[in-house]
Design a protein around this ligand. Structure first.
Ligand code: F6P
Length: 320
C-alpha cells in the first residue's frame, strides 16, 4: 500500500483534526502518502482531493471543526454517486480509506467495502451513540461544553428562584444530557432511554418547590422532546417559574478536550495500521481503555447501551 485517503463526514466534532493529524503522521511514519478528501463523501464524488502536508495538520490539534470540512451527502446514497466516488478513489490511486464520522458515515463506508475499497471507520460524533465503542471522538468535549454552560444558567436561575430547562443535542441518544447532567448537578435528566411523562416531570418540580428547593436544573435530550414544550406544560399546570435554554451548536464547537485529543490520536494510529495489515472493512473503537476493532457491519449493528446505573446515581443524588 502506497497511498491512503482520509475524510470526515456527517456532523463535525471537536477532535476530528486530531484524528486527521494522527492518520497523517502514522501514514507518513509507515512510508505512505496521505491524501485529504474535502467535504466528506460529497467531496469524494466531486473529486475534491489533495495531498495532505505537514503544514495542513500543523497547529490544528486544538481547533474544533474539521480542516477537511464535512457534509451529509444524499448523492452518495445512490448507486451513481457511489460509482462516481469509486472512480475518483481509483483515479487518485488511493488504495485505502479512513472515514471519520458517525453511524451514517460508517454505512457509507460499507458501500465502499462491498465494492472492494479497503476502508476503516473512526467513530466521530458528539452523540456517543455507537454501541461498539465506549466513547466517540467529540463526546467528552461536548459534555464539557454543556457542563460549563449549566453553571452559568444555574447562577441566573438561582438569583430568581427559577427552574432552568436545558435542551441538548444527541439525536436519539441521551448520553450528553446524562453525563453533563451529572457534571452539572442536574435535578432531573430527561432522556429518550428512560421515558417520563411531562406530568410526572412537572410533579417532581412541584415537589422540589414544596420542600423548599426553588432552583432546579432539568436536562432534556433533544430525542426526548423540546425544552419549550416542557416549559409550556409546566407553566400551564403548576406555579413553578421556569425558563428554557436550547444550547444548540455551541455544544459542537470549540477546543477539543485532552481526552478527545488522546482518543483521536490512538484511533487514528490503529486505523492506518489496520489498512497496512490488509484488514479492510473494520471500525476502530475503545473498550475498557483498550483500542480494538470490529467488522464495520457489526459496528453499525451493535446497539448502544444506555448506562442506567449512571442515571440511577443521578436520581438518587437529586432526591436529597
Ligand atoms: O449527530 C450530531 C448532531 O450534532 C446531533 O446531535 C444533532 O441532532 C445533529 O447533529 C444536528 O445536525 P446538523 O448539523 O445537520 O444541524
Amino acid at each position: 500500500m502506497k497511498r491512503i485517503g482520509v475524510l470526515t463526514s456527517g456532523g463535525d466534532t471537536p477532535g476530528m483534526n486530531c484524528a486527521i493529524r494522527s492518520v497523517f503522521k502514522t501514514g507518513v511514519a509507515m512510508g505512505l502518502q496521505v491524501m485529504g478528501i474535502y467535504h466528506g463523501y460529497k467531496g469524494l464524488i466531486e473529486g475534491r482531493v489533495d495531498y495532505l502536508t505537514h503544514e495542513d495538520v500543523e497547529n490544528k490539534m486544538h481547533k474544533g471543526g474539521t480542516i477537511l470540512r464535512t457534509a451529509r451527502s444524499e448523492d452518495f446514497k445512490t448507486e451513481a454517486g457511489i460509482k462516481k466516488a469509486i472512480s475518483v478513489i481509483k483515479a487518485y490511486g488511493i488504495e485505502g480509506l479512513v472515514v471519520i464520522g458517525g453511524d451514517g458515515s460508517f454505512r457509507g463506508s460499507m458501500e465502499l467495502v462491498k465494492r472492494g475499497i479497503p476502508t476503516i471507520g473512526i467513530p466521530g460524533t458528539i452523540d456517543n451513540d455507537m454501541g461498539y465503542t465506549d466513547f466517540t471522538i467529540g463526546f467528552d468535549t461536548a459534555v464539557n461544553n454543556v457542563t460549563n454552560e449549566i453553571y452559568k444558567i444555574r447562577d441566573t436561575m438561582r438569583a430568581h428562584d427559577r427552574v432552568g430547562v436545558i435542551e441538548v443535542m444527541g439525536r436519539n441518544c441521551g448520553d450528553i444530557a446524562l453525563w453533563a447532567g451529572i457534571g452539572g448537578a442536574a435535578d432531573l435528566i430527561i432522556v429518550p432511554e428512560v421515558p417520563i411523562s411531562w406530568e410526572d416531570a412537572a410533579n417532581r418540580l412541584e415537589q422540589n418547590k414544596l420542600r423548599g428547593k426553588l432552583t432546579s436544573i432539568v436536562m432534556i435530550a433533544e430525542g426526548a422532546g423540546k425544552a419549550e414544550d416542557f416549559v409550556k406544560y409546566v407553566r400551564e399546570h403548576t406555579d413553578v417559574e421556569i425558563k428554557a435554554t436550547v444550547l444548540g451548536y455551541i455544544q459542537r464547537g470549540g477546543n477539543p478536550s485532552a481526552f478527545d485529543r488522546v482518543l483521536a490520536a490512538r484511533l487514528g494510529e490503529r486505523a492506518v495500521e489496520l489498512l497496512v495489515e490488509g484488514k479492510a472493512g473494520r471500525a476502530v473503537g475503545i473498550r475498557h481503555n483498550t483500542i480494538y476493532d470490529v467488522p464495520l457491519d457489526e459496528a453499525i449493528e451493535i446497539k448502544d447501551e444506555f448506562d442506567s446505573k449512571l442515571y440511577e446515581l443521578n436520581e438518587m443524588m437529586a432526591k436529597f
